[in-house]
Design a protein around this ligand. Sequence first.
Ligand SMILES: [Zn+2]
Length: 695
Amino acid sequence: MNRALLVGFWCCAGAFGAPSAKFDSDARRWLLRNEVMEASFQLGPAGTFEFRGMHYLTASQDWPAAKSVASAPIRLTLDQSSFDASTMYVLLKEWTSAAPRGGLRQNILLEESRGLGKVLVEIDLYSNLAVLRQGIRYFNTSGRAVHVTAASPVHWDLHAAAASYRALRVEQWMPMPGPNPADFQRILSNVDPGGRVLQTASGAHNHYCSWIAVNDASGQGIALGWEFDGRMTVDLRHQASEQTLQFSSRISGLYHPVPAGEEFQVPRAFAALYAGGPDDAGFVTQRFTEEVLAKPLPPGMPFPAVIWDSWAYGQGIDEETLRREAALAAKLGVEVFIVDLGWARALGDWTPDPVKFPGGMRGLSDYVHSLGMKFGIHFAWPEAAPDSPVLRQNPDWRSSVDYDYYGADSLCLAHEPVRQWIVAEAVRVIDETNADWILQDGENMVKECRKTTHTHHPLDSNYANAVDGLDWILKQVQAHRSHVLWENCENGGNMMTFQMVQNYATSILNDASGARAARQAAYGATFPFPSRYSDRYMPEQSMNAYTARSYLFGGPWILMNKLALLDAPDFEYLGREIARFKSIRETVRDGKILHVTNPPAEGRTDAIAAYDPATDSAVAVVTRDGAAAATFALRVGEFRRDKSYIVTFADDPRILTLTGEQIGRTGISVRLPERWGTEVVTITPAAADGRSRLQ
Ligand SMILES: [Zn+2]
């Protein structure tokens, strides 16, 4: 980007502060700016539409477009015709409007010069966020039906000033025995400067979360996220000899019909700029996600919540057992009580099992509500047992590929009658059970289906099932019953996308995999996603500091054990740890997540922390997982060096007063006397007299 030109333009425009956009009609150039970044796009002399550059003002970092290739954000293929860097456009109209949730949207309406149609480019900018969100919409004004056969929601050709780059990606959950198991591992890669492609395959039943962060050795970084639940792949390529850093992408199996007069929305994507490393990439992504994308925090309810889920009983549940558990859960301080799989007559037959629940679900729901808890219910809506009434009456509603969820057959959500039926069923289940919370489940929420008898095109099931199926259904049900919160689960967290966060309040990670695995998954997922999207199922029956506190850090803490079988000391211990969870949850939710150590593993001590800039406070969970050393130096570098802080512990009675410099440099000496044990550390500003402000 030409800095001199940019600065000159802005001096003349005299604009500074909240998001603004200016169009220079002579240069046909758009300049978007907020307090922390600016970005530029241009309709070139030949009529090509190009990204020109971004600048991260806070850190004086430049991200100009590549010099050797044009960076053209409109990437679509209609049957045999491609929209690429050489495609020419005529500017029809440009204007600004409000973007959702307080942003500014620059709209640029272009007409493709071959008569293929119109393209609306939407670029959103928000106050104080170094994030650019982009949407491309194609309008078929060609007068004939076309098919979108390729689209690249993530497409940037950047100038690579550095010699080398490092990429961070995070897996989602695909357990064994799949061909390519994944378990929320943090994958750090050196990007090959010789141009070898680094692929990130995301979406339902795929390998990675829909996010990648890339920075050079100086800490100049860019993180990209994409908003699509279906399967797609983002390629990263660094060609040092050409000084290019290129991102391109493709949606799997795309063949979307666009009749004359209709439109096609390319899934939105965003680019976030950061200075530093993985935690900084995470922080800017997470703040943007909370402020712009994510389902807003539930009003009037503490969140992330403490939850109990019935799965310790498997499908062997009944009203009497659950009433007993509900009474105990309320005593412990549980806030949401969820009835998991097994309440209905069968998968797809969403009426209460008359033997287990002779009075229906409403009696139990009323009882749970009377105890002051929310009521949640398991609903595996894309699944139906082979002999369920819905499949007996509509055998063709199955998707052509079956994913075998507890013996059920898969329904094709892209088929019009199926999605209409599911919306009606979801609303009915919510009303009849008076549910506040839906635990969504199923095996692969974006089914593959090549049926010619369905309303979607047989070659388009990935996009159709994701956008027209899953997202459409959620939008409809949530519009009808907006008070209900949804938990994302598909036999675990394997649809970890920036579309998912828009539909759900939280997500499970690696199911009930145990204490260490829960920490490992929360460690990984809290790079791309706000920590409330890492809920953890706790299956353990016996309590100690190592077990219970392995679940303290993250989103909702979901107890998945039999409370009636806990002995009195364990019950009391769990109650105290639940109170502790509630005392730290807002700092963990709102703070910058600091991955202080490497990921948790046996034989190590691991630490994860959240630093909340608004309160200048932090909380850390430090776990000795069989490590030899009985102390750990917890270093947190976010505090003001000359300021004093009070440090307290869950178990250790010491109260320390340390300066920010001491905490960052020598660290807090955390005592971990048990070989398997966990300590919780809170750090708050000291008042002028040296006392904690909390005292
Ligand atoms: Zn189908």
